[in-house]
Design a protein around this ligand. Sequence first.
Ligand code: NFE
Length: 482
Amino acid sequence: MTANTIDLMTRIEGHMKIETTLTGGRVSDARVSGEMFRCFENFLQNRHPFDAARITQIICGVCHEVHGVASILALEELYGVETPRNGRLLRDMILGMHLVTDHILHFYNLCLPDYADFTALLAYKGNDPHINSIKDWVVTTQPQFILTRNDGEYLSDPDVAIPMVANYIEALKVRSEGAAGIAILGAKAPFAHALMPGWITTPITLDRIAKYTQVLEEVSRFVKMKYLPDVLEVASRFKDYFSIGDSHDNYYGNESFSQLGSPLFKSGVVVNGELENFNFRNVTERIDHSYYDRNRQPSPHKYQAYSWIKAPRFHGQPLEVGPLARMVVNQEPSFFNSLTKLGLKYKKNYQFPSSAMARLVARAVESDIICGHLFQLVDAYQPGGANIRDVDLNRPVSGSGLGLSIAARGALIHHITAENGRISKYNMIVPSTWNFGPRDQQYTGIAEEALINTPVSEAGKDSIELGLVIRSFDPCTACAVH
Ligand code: NFE
């Protein structure tokens, strides 16, 4: 039995430690720790409720707009207002563009370096000027993110690995273009300041819609021509990762993209292979192994605590969130078709065994689905229609509001309580809290369970296999500890 610690985990957002026990070349126990305390819920107290939509966006440098949207949904319930349809369409257009470009960033820039041997580029002898310019740049500047490899098995066939390096670089450009598409509607990216309860404040002119559409076409083309094929290529070469990274197989997704009739993703929870309705009342946040005392105040020396992340539970059960959860809750045909094309035999039902590779495939399939939906939103937008409904900012509102929304990494919850126009309590339960929260007295956390049984090659002193499992969730510890 050997102990293995990765501290800090790289190519993720935030500070995370992974401690594993290895028995016979496999992980027999695992602990995942969020290693910082941030306090956003505390410093929202006593502020004007509208501040929440601004302040919560800066929780994260990766998933900013999602907190703006979830916060606004909570505020709209609190104030009893609804944004006009045009405004809601614009909001979903911002949200969707963010989600897709966040997924692209995850696969190419955070995950792919574990799968493709980028150094294959150095042996390139062809005439493609674009590839040659990347090669020249690599030779001149020696970027370590391209040149450094861990011990592990890589996809090194030059016909596959070299275009993937080029797509890695292009993904950065697509992400930046996507930010322009978000900013043209949301006033700014990251942190879309135009998002307000009842409003979207940007003056939306036809040229802004045209610019957004042009960005969407570019992003969508990249998803169809590069992202989906590259993910399926990686999936076909690393099929063993369809049986590595299995967690509790309980899933949760919130309803989202609902402006065109039936929602693109419906709400639901899957526990023990059965679909149930989600109800926020059945959610608790366990702190058995989290650094909080019984009054939920920070307690950094608490006995047997090892994480600043809390452990959300639904009826006591840990739930996995994210694109895979959305595919399972929705029984999404294109996801199951992709698996069939890979020669995998998955039954189309709610009993779906999670895995590191299924998470990557789900994310790419979801990106394609969202792009298709965004084009429909553009068509549905009515130029000249109202984007704004007046909300009385000075009303000393009392009550509560719940924002159930979607983020790239999974289902997102914001819950606000206000008294006399001031926030008295603000609670966020974010995707990475579900996925990376610690164990309770009964269950391991979702990522902890996914690590258990992972084979770790003895030669692989870098334990790259653990990184493949952890990164398949696209972790954000910054959000998780908020
Ligand atoms: Ni900081 Fe986030 C997303 C949220 S993860 S990345 O997506 O909410 O918990």
